[in-house]
Design a protein around this ligand. Structure first.
Ligand SMILES: [Zn+2]
Length: 458
């Protein structure tokens, strides 16, 4: 009888304890959201990063300024530890503003909006003039062969597929033309390439991004053209059959520079050696302000640290924020970070990256085994309350991808992606295109996830 009674008491205790723990969770999560949504500081910090530091490609003065500014922000938070991780970065410089025009037989000189692709060689002061050949795929290009392509400028004009719900998926499908277009066109003797900007938006912004060469083919200059100008070029080609195109770029690559990842930590009070990493990339393309890509991610991660401090949430494990340098050009920051994790044998519970823009958060991507995925999926009720309905497998982020081989669970914050590529890598990626409230929801969602991982593990 007594045994039964004791068993009953034990069950009652466990039950009330679970209930208590869960309601305690909702109180804390509620506080996280309230504090994040009432805060003005993080949005003002984003304004500073975008307007006063500006576009910050690795190797630039702006990137250097961003490193010291982020370091000082973290020091002001009075967290347990702030330090830099030294690394070397490439130093590609755009040079003068690009200039380009179509030479139409009917309309004469039609100036168009273009931007050199990152890593491209320049045309030199004299520019490059040539006949344009339009293609929509590499298959089409190779079918034309060197007889037709030789001496011409290849125009890759494949739009993003509008039928995919995720614009990242549409982008992923055509990004190969930016990455490998110059190599494949040069194999057939082309003199340069023009890439239709990788966006679903119809506008006059050229979108840049990294491109590659290889040593076995000639390096040729590469530019992107705005979607409106791409449509103009394509329609004139249809009407006139043959067209001359001129562009001038003065970009160049200089010797490598020293730069840094910036790291800030709140040490765990039970397991300081176990790390929950939150990260975003501090560098951005030079022609915009790096607001959605990825200033907002940087600011949201810093906000997580501030929220933990402000709300006196003392984590059991160490919460580490890393502002990665050089995601856009050669991912040297992510590589360096992983190298140090390996050499020190550091223990990571999870690595979370925020690099999908500042729009409304809708969930998380989980690149880990099923048990980790299921654990996160089991928190769905908590997430749903705040509009986070999507928990998908795969993903993570570029900077943290180098931790994959260490079997660390990789997680990415998913946002509403519909407008992301309207801004991505263009002059349109500016502060005004980040909505304060959507950004704050992202910070709070991230803080909630970190709180749950810290409390329940993965
Ligand atoms: Zn990014």
């Amino acid at each position: 009888m007594i045994k039964r009674f004791l068993a009953f008491l034990l069950i009652l205790f466990l039950f009330t304890n679970t209930i208590y723990s869960q309601s305690n969770d909702s109180i804390i999560i509620n506080k996280i959201f309230s504090e994040a949504l009432a805060d003005n500081e993080s949005y003002e910090n984003l304004r500073y990063l975008c307007k006063y530091i500006g576009g910050r490609i690795c190797g630039s003065v702006q990137a250097e300024n961003a490193v010291s500014w982020i370091e000082s922000l973290l020091l002001n938070l009075e967290i347990d530890s702030v330090y830099l991780q030294e690394l070397k970065v490439r130093n590609w410089v755009r040079g003068e503003k690009e200039y380009a025009y179509i030479l139409s037989k009917i309309f004469g000189k039609q100036e168009v909006n273009v931007a050199a692709l990152g890593g491209s060689i320049g045309t030199g002061k004299e520019g490059l003039m040539g006949k344009v050949i339009e293609v929509k795929s590499f298959e089409e290009l190779f079918e034309l062969g060197s007889e037709i392509v030789n001496g011409k400028i290849v125009f890759f004009n494949q739009p993003l597929n509008p039928t995919y719900l995720s614009t990242f998926r549409a982008y992923g499908e055509v990004a190969k033309f930016r990455a490998l277009g110059a190599i494949n066109a040069a194999k057939l003797g082309a003199t340069g390439i023009i890439l239709r900007s990788l966006t679903l938006s119809n506008d006059f912004y050229p979108h840049t991004g990294i491109m590659f060469y290889n040593d076995s083919v000639k390096k040729i200059p590469a530019i992107s053209i705005s979607t409106n100008d791409a449509d103009l070029l394509s329609s004139l080609l249809k009407v006139e059959g043959e067209l001359d195109f001129f562009f001038k770029t003065t970009c160049n690559e200089y010797s490598e520079k020293i730069s840094y990842n910036v790291i800030g930590e709140i040490k765990g009070n039970e397991h300081p050696e176990k790390i929950i990493l939150i990260g975003a990339h501090l560098d951005s393309w030079d022609i915009g302000e790096g607001a959605n890509d990825d200033g907002v991610g940087i600011i949201q991660c810093i906000e997580v640290l501030r929220l933990f401090k402000k709300l006196n949430i003392n984590p059991s494990n160490t919460i580490r924020f890393t502002a990665f340098m050089d995601e856009e050009v050669a991912q040297r920051g992510g590589k360096k970070y992983a190298e140090i994790v390996k050499s020190k044998g550091e223990n990571h519970i999870a690595a979370i990256e925020v690099d999908a823009g500042g729009a409304t958060p809708i969930g998380f991507s989980v690149n880990a085994d099923d048990s980790v995925y299921n654990k996160i999926k089991n928190w769905s009720d908590k997430f749903l309350k705040y509009g986070l309905y999507l928990i998908v497998k795969g993903g993570g982020g570029v900077d943290i991808s180098f931790l994959k081989e260490l079997n660390i669970p990789l997680i990415g914050l998913i946002t509403d992606s519909q407008r992301y590529f309207d801004y991505h890598h263009s002059a349109n990626d500016k502060f005004e295109n980040v909505n304060k409230r959507e950004m704050q929801l992202g910070s709070a969602s991230l803080a909630m996830l970190v709180y749950l991982i810290d409390k329940y593990g993965l």
